[in-house]
Design a protein around this ligand. Structure first.
Ligand code: LFR
Length: 476
């Protein structure tokens, strides 16, 4: 079989990339052809994404991918994944009828507290959707829009989540894909369709949504870039975390806990059934969906966002892997922190200064704030490690399962301090892969849809044989 070339468009909340994958003789080779920063911006009291800017980057990346192909080769397909929950409201012509808000916008705070303080509603929504009450949920975002800008119900005919919207820009087809739909708190946890209970509760027009398609659906040819003639747009698991989980070279016996470590730490596992009930609600388990319809019960813990934002309060700029190694080495020499951070503190959501927010929490303990960036790095890694271990313990308690290893992918997998802190706190080995997990899962879904790989299990099997891994064993 000749080499198959596909492009993964992976949009994260703080950076995006376009990666060209080449599949040949059961091996995947990756080439990052385009990388760019991403950020939301404030206008008045609200926060918005620069969607037109992102689209321009997507186009640039795809053109670079096409230009990178060997002579005579062509791009077979492209797929898009993004962070969860955010959406575009459009009319039938695909025109944006409302600005695209960023999930950290504080507009959901009143709705968050209203639902949080109404036990019966909280339990009903959790039983219906399997998604806990979190400030960023699409449900709360849309509830706020419909309540405060009611004319939007006349203007918008469709709600497309961001991967759906980019799929539409590329292919002309409007669909809701299942994995990204499952981050909304609007999907029925027992089927692959929308939850009437949730839509009614948040007063949302049901016609904004169509029955979600499964990952692997071909949406048609790329219509907006003549240079990519013939390339298919494939709906991959549109939620970046779903794509990252797909790439996990997990043991088939289910003994691995997954950690996708980036802006957020997503700790979870794969399951044929959702994890529901009072304990799961208390532990804030989100029953998000795998692209094929099964479940990824996970907890979402504040992740390297703490560090990304703290760095902004220092003049140090970390530009290369070497700069990071130097900082990590300095942090390793410091004594273990005496008090750890509680990542669930709402003060960390979107503070003007993360350093000040961390110091304020420490002051309440009371504990002394770190003296330099290395000190904050040490504190943040130790705190995240404890958070990961607590998630492991909660999952073991609720499921009766025993996990033997934690598999880590994403930016955090390169941070040895974080990997070691997680192993130490969890008491089981952490296996780290040098893997662009999200892009690899995105590409895997395209390759299966194209018929180049039989199924995901086969893909993982080939991948596992090929990967460089580092094992962090717990220290007493
Ligand atoms: C990670 C992620 C998480 C989601 C958060 C907000 O990039 O997609 O899974 O909970 O962003 O959308």
């Amino acid at each position: 079989m000749p080499t198959v070339y596909s492009a993964a468009i992976d949009l994260g909340a703080t950076s995006g990339r376009v990666i060209l994958g080449a599949w040949s003789k059961n091996r995947l080779t990756l080439k990052e052809v385009h990388r760019f920063p991403n950020t939301f911006r404030s206008l008045g009291v609200h926060d918005y994404w620069d969607v037109a800017g992102l689209w321009a980057e997507v186009r640039t990346g795809l053109l670079k991918a096409a230009a990178t192909l060997p002579r005579g080769a062509r791009l077979a397909s492209a797929g898009v994944d993004t962070w969860g929950v955010d959406y575009a409201l459009v009319n039938d012509a695909g025109r944006l009828v409302f600005p695209v808000h960023a999930y950290r916008d504080a507009r959901t705070q009143p709705g968050l507290h209203r639902l949080g303080n109404t036990r019966a509603a909280l339990e009903r929504i959790y039983a219906a959707t399997g998604i806990p009450n979190v400030f960023y949920n699409t449900s709360l975002q849309l509830e706020e829009v419909v309540a405060n800008c009611p004319a939007v119900a006349d203007l918008a005919t469709r709600c497309l989540f961001l991967p759906d919207y980019f799929n539409y820009l590329l292919s002309g087809r409007m669909e809701n894909e299942l994995s990204i739909a499952s981050t909304s708190q609007l999907l029925d946890v027992h089927s692959t369709d929308w939850s009437r209970t949730a839509l009614d509760h948040f007063h949302l027009p049901a016609q904004w949504f169509t029955r979600p398609i499964l990952a692997g659906t071909r949406l048609g040819a790329v219509r907006s870039l003549p240079e990519l003639a013939g390339a298919q747009v494939i709906a991959v698991p549109g939620h970046d975390t779903a794509s990252a989980y797909d790439a996990m070279p997990a043991a088939p016996d289910g003994g691995d806990l997954f950690l996708s470590s980036g802006t957020w730490s997503l700790v979870g596992f794969e399951s044929d059934t959702p994890l529901l009930g009072a304990d799961a609600l208390r532990a804030r388990i989100a029953n998000e969906r795998i692209g094929d319809g099964r479940y990824r019960p996970l907890t979402n813990i504040v992740g390297l966002w703490l560090l990304e934002q703290t760095i902004k309060d220092f003049t140090t700029r970390l530009r290369s892997d070497r700069d990071w190694s130097v900082l990590i080495a300095a942090a390793e020499k410091l004594p273990a922190p005496t008090a750890l951070l509680d990542g669930a503190d709402g003060a960390f959501t979107n503070p003007p200064s993360m350093r000040a927010a961390i110091d304020a929490q420490l002051k309440k303990r009371p504990a002394a704030p770190p003296r330099n960036l290395a000190g904050y790095l040490r504190l943040i890694c130790a705190s995240l490690g404890r958070g990961h271990a607590q998630a492991l313990q909660a999952f073991e308690r609720m499921t009766g399962r025993k996990f033997r290893r934690i598999l880590i992918v994403g930016g955090g997998s390169k941070n040895r301090l974080l990997c070691q802190a997680t192993a130490d706190a969890a008491g089981i080995p952490v296996v780290s892969f040098s893997l662009e997990g999200t892009a690899v899962g995105n590409l895997a879904s395209q390759l299966v849809a194209l018929g180049a790989v039989k199924n995901l299990a086969t893909f993982r099997h080939h991948l596992a044989g090929d990967l460089k891994q580092t094992v962090y064993t717990p220290r007493g």
